[in-house]
Ligand binder design. Structure first.
Ligand SMILES: NC(=O)c1ccc[n+]([C@@H]2O[C@H](COP(=O)([O-])OP(=O)(O)OC[C@H]3O[C@@H](n4cnc5c(N)ncnc54)[C@H](OP(=O)(O)O)[C@@H]3O)[C@@H](O)[C@H]2O)c1
Length: 261
């Protein structure tokens, strides 16, 4: 099924729902959505997304239904739409913390479900979007999910149990990377460069370093050896990032443990 023939219902048009919705619109998908927040609905309308009053209406007749909802909203929304789901519809949950098995249980024993964890760089088609597929996805359902992921960037298949780790590793990590860019830019400004120049230089060195890892064929150690000046105590700073990933993972575990279901 081509993008132009695919209707995607985005339930939850907040930060990530809007990122994904806009990206799909730009890729020629037909996108409509719903949200309980008037502000979110307004932003989505301005982005060109059709907004309907209820989750039920938005889901009706859509090929794919994306749940871009806070974890606590997944149960009520899926319960609302469950009775009218059609066998060929594919439900893709973007919600943090909520396991795919639970989505399956709510959507129905043979419903076609998948779970993805996009991130902010998905905004420009450069996201890392881990995925896990439900066992009742048909070949065409899986293809629809894969096509959607191509629009968002790269993907990798993981086990459902690894999704909370992925939340820290790829979902939340742009936040740490942006902070690195910000800190480098602040150093540039402190040294007398303009903020614009500082951000431009810090951003290029971050993007260039990532591309060198992806494209040079060299290992991280080999690349580090090409950059002998080492003004930062790397061994002392690495635990900060490892801890951030672990903290995000534990936070997701705690959200799920505390969820009413
Ligand atoms: N942001 C990211 O980078 C990212 C990445 C990957 C996955 N996720 C996951 O995606 C989900 C959404 O995250 P987000 O950052 O986009 O959150 P968000 O900005 O708060 O967006 C969620 C939207 O859903 C609305 N909503 C809440 N309950 C609803 C209901 N019952 N029916 C319809 N709409 C409802 C919210 O409205 P109100 O504000 O009025 O509650 C809000 O506009 C979370 O589960 C998160 O873990 C986020």
């Amino acid at each position: 099924m081509t993008a132009g023939m695919t209707t995607v219902a985005v339930i939850g048009l907040g930060r990530i729902g809007l990122v994904v919705g806009k990206r799909l619109l730009a890729a020629d998908y037909s996108v409509r959505g719903s949200d309980s927040s008037a502000e979110a609905r307004e932003r989505a309308l301005r982005a060109g997304i059709d907004v309907l009053p209820t989750a039920q209406e938005v889901a009706s007749g859509a090929n794919m239904i994306l749940l871009a909802l806070p974890p606590a909203a997944v149960t009520p929304v899926l319960s609302e739409i469950q009775g009218s789901l059609q066998a060929e519809q594919v439900i893709v949950s973007l919600a943090g913390a909520v396991p795919l098995d639970y989505i399956q249980e709510l959507a129905g024993p043979t419903a076609q479900v998948a779970r993805i964890m996009p991130n902010t760089p998905s905004l420009v088609g450069q996201g890392m979007n881990p995925v896990c597929y439900g066992k009742h996805l048909s070949a065409s359902g899986r293809e629809q999910v894969r096509n959607l992921l191509v629009v968002l960037g790269e993907t990798t298949q993981v086990a459902d149990e690894q999704m909370n780790l992925c939340t820290g590793l790829t979902g939340a990590a742009p936040r740490y990377i942006f902070a690195v860019i910000e800190a480098l830019a602040e150093a540039a400004v402190a040294g007398g460069l303009s903020q614009e120049e500082g951000i431009r230089m810090a951003t290029q060195v971050t993007a260039g370093s990532a591309l060198a890892v992806l494209q040079s064929g060299l290992t991280l150690d080999e690349l580090k050896a090409l950059t002998p000046l080492q003004p930062l105590d790397e061994e002392a700073s690495k635990p900060l990032f490892r801890q951030a990933v672990e903290t995000a993972e534990k936070k997701m575990d705690a959200v799920w443990a505390g969820m009413t279901r």
